[in-house]
Design a protein around this ligand. Structure first.
Ligand SMILES: Cc1ncc(COP(=O)(O)O)c(C=O)c1O
Length: 441
């Protein structure tokens, strides 16, 4: 949007004020008041928040100020959403400009330029072979659209092949695919889901086992299967990576059987060192449909021409909030133009630094840190015996010491480090590891 001089002057004043507010704290709540409000949230939701975190709205890079004025280092990032950390002035400026728009929300019927520009930016950087994209609000929304489109082109076959440990969202359909029975308690099963084992780096036969399992599923159920859905780096299971060679024979097998290959990149988008994990693993030639979300503040399904849905199959009132669309586009622009991606990019540098910190900690605290895994800005490790109890207790201890963490997996569980790679400094990364060090002692 093109605003007049008055708007630009007002905007500059506002940005200066925001910059200052980040340095001098805004009036914090008394700790008891924040605790009361968190308990009220818990009472209203019927479930307490996992962490006693309520942000003040003030933050700087990896640091956020809680509503009670305490500063914490955020390595949970709203489960991977705030890649550029807190209070990024470039993103705030983009948001303020977009907030002055005539529309708060944009839809698939009536939209402004932000809708066009976001899609255009996504398509400009999409892996080869992706001809179209459709915007939506959450990762699960994008996944629902993907599955509907695929089933339509596979003569309404219902079956899905997925990996053990997978997570694809919390709608009824996605909860059926997700390998967490406790996430679909009391829900009926409405279509067949066949799980095959994901890569296990401790088992040299892992790829063979997965291939044998896939072949068996295809032999017995091939005619009823629509798609094979994969997380190229698993997320909820605990940032588990796999090499290209693990996927290729599986994808070849699906190709031969006419099964559509769908990469769920809701978690990996923008965080592996390339914009798409599909590109990082050079798998674009195999993949028919890609879903993305989180980091760009919205979600989308990208797909080949051959999967273009008939009119009416996918739509929805909302395509995104104007602010989220503008900021999402700016995030992709920053990622692709400011040295984050590629082998020598910032994300890969941070990956190496994080692994060195972890190696140091595992030497210093034998038996307490193990199983480092993950890629780019998504790194995980196990604490102690890896039980959920130990992991959650460690997260609580770190939170009290000023470091916000989140976990993944379950028996064994792990700590998932969501690295705010867009903004974190080496000093902040080292500080996060000093807290980990203290909490391990
Ligand atoms: C791989 C994957 N798919 C789908 C989803 C669901 O995304 P959302 O929570 O935005 O619906 C997630 C969320 O964590 C995810 O990690």
């Amino acid at each position: 949007m093109n605003f007049g001089l008055k708007f630009e002057q007002g905007l500059r004043l506002m940005l200066d004020a925001i910059g200052e507010a980040q340095d001098s704290s805004v009036a914090p709540l008394a700790p008891q008041q924040m605790a009361l409000e968190l308990r009220t949230v818990g009472a209203m939701r019927g479930r307490m928040p996992l962490l006693p975190y309520m942000g003040s709205g003030v933050g700087r890079g990896a640091r956020a100020m809680l509503a009670d004025g305490r500063w914490v280092l955020d390595f949970a990032l709203g489960v991977g959403v705030h890649f550029f950390g807190h209070g990024n002035l470039d993103l705030i400026e983009t948001a303020l400009r977009a907030a002055a728009s005539d529309l708060v929300m944009q839809g698939n019927l009536i939209f402004n330029r932000e809708y066009y520009l976001l899609m255009k930016t996504l398509m400009q950087h999409a892996p080869r072979g992706m001809d179209h994209c459709w915007l939506s609000l959450s990762g699960a929304d994008a996944n629902e659209n993907a599955l509907k489109m695929i089933r339509q082109k596979r003569e309404a076959r219902a079956g899905v092949i997925a990996f053990t440990g997978c997570f694809h969202g919390r709608t009824s359909t996605m909860a059926e695919i997700t390998d967490r029975p406790d996430y679909r308690g009391g829900q009926p099963s409405t279509f067949p889901v066949h799980l095959i084992p994901f890569h296990n780096r401790h088992d040299p036969d892992s790829a063979k086992l997965a291939l044998a399992a896939l072949r068996e599923v295809i032999r017995v159920h091939g005619d009823s299967i629509a798609t094979f859905v994969v997380e190229l780096v698993q997320g909820e299971a605990g940032f588990i990576s796999a090499p290209r060679d693990f996927f290729v024979p599986l994808f070849d097998e699906c190709r031969r059987a006419g099964i559509a290959i769908w990469a769920d990149e809701v978690q990996t988008f923008g965080r592996t060192g390339e914009l798409f994990a599909t590109t990082m693993l050079d798998l674009a030639d195999y993949i028919d449909v890609i879903t993305i979300g989180k980091l760009f503040q919205g979600s989308a399904v990208l797909f080949r021409k051959s999967f273009a849905p008939d009119a009416g199959l996918i739509s929805g009132t909302f395509a995104g909030a104007t602010v989220a669309m503008a900021v999402g586009r700016r995030i992709i622009e920053k990622l692709t133009s400011e040295g984050y991606l590629g082998r020598a990019g910032r994300i890969k540098q941070l990956e190496q630094m994080t692994h060195s910190h972890l190696e140091y900690l595992s030497r210093k605290h034998p038996g307490k840190i193990s199983e480092p895994d993950g890629v780019g800005a998504m790194i995980s490790f196990r604490v102690g015996d890896g039980s959920l109890k130990t992991t959650r207790a460690f997260i609580d201890k770190c939170f009290r010491a000023g470091l916000v963490l989140y976990y993944g997996g379950r028996e064994p569980a792990c700590i998932r480090l969501f690295i705010p790679a867009g903004d974190v400094t080496e000093v902040e990364l080292a500080e996060a590891f000093e807290i980990l060090d203290r909490c391990l002692s």
